[in-house]
Design a protein around this ligand. Structure first.
Ligand SMILES: Nc1ncnc2c1ncn2[C@@H]1O[C@H](COP(=O)(O)OP(=O)(O)O)[C@@H](O)[C@H]1O
Ligand SMILES: [Mg+2]
Length: 130
């Protein structure tokens, strides 16, 4: 017979049990959400002071990151790093054409830089372990 679950007979009403997966994976922290992000850069055409065409890097990207482990997956060049940079306010704001980033439902701007950090990808790091 399985143990009583939250709200089931034998479990005090409203008190989650320790083996409830929702409790086991609950991690305190903010929820970051982003909606309709459009980010682009002006490509250089190789000539001094000449700007090439606008390159659209993020096109209408929305999502939510709840406290705990989150993953952004995609092939190389799909925009994972650009997305993290935009969320963290580490990209030129002029390139962010549309969209917003919310922390716990509140709009944030580049202040997020002051309270967030992430480690950039370094493919060679394994080499330095030996
Ligand atoms: N400053 C930039 N100028 C031109 N293209 C860029 C710039 N930054 C990123 N890109 C392009 O945007 C795309 C996404 O890059 P990136 O975010 O690094 O992808 P990922 O991290 O998924 O490999 C790539 O095609 C990359 O060449
Ligand atoms: Mg990357």
């Amino acid at each position: 017979m399985s143990k009583p679950q939250n709200g089931e007979p034998g479990s005090p009403a409203g008190v989650p049990t320790a083996d409830d997966p929702e409790v086991m994976f609950q991690v305190p922290g903010p929820t970051v959400s982003f909606s309709r992000l459009h980010y682009s850069v002006m490509e250089s055409n190789g000539l001094c002071h000449k700007r090439g065409p606008e390159k659209h890097i993020l096109k209408d990207v929305s999502g939510i990151m709840r406290p705990g482990m989150n993953a952004i997956m995609g092939p190389t060049g799909s925009g994972k790093t650009s997305l993290l940079d935009v969320i963290a306010g580490r990209k030129d704001p002029a390139g962010l054409k549309l969209g917003q980033v919310l922390v716990d439902g509140k709009m944030v701007d580049s202040d997020l830089r002051l309270m967030s950090a992430y480690v950039v990808q370094v493919r060679e790091c394994v080499v330095y372990l030996f």
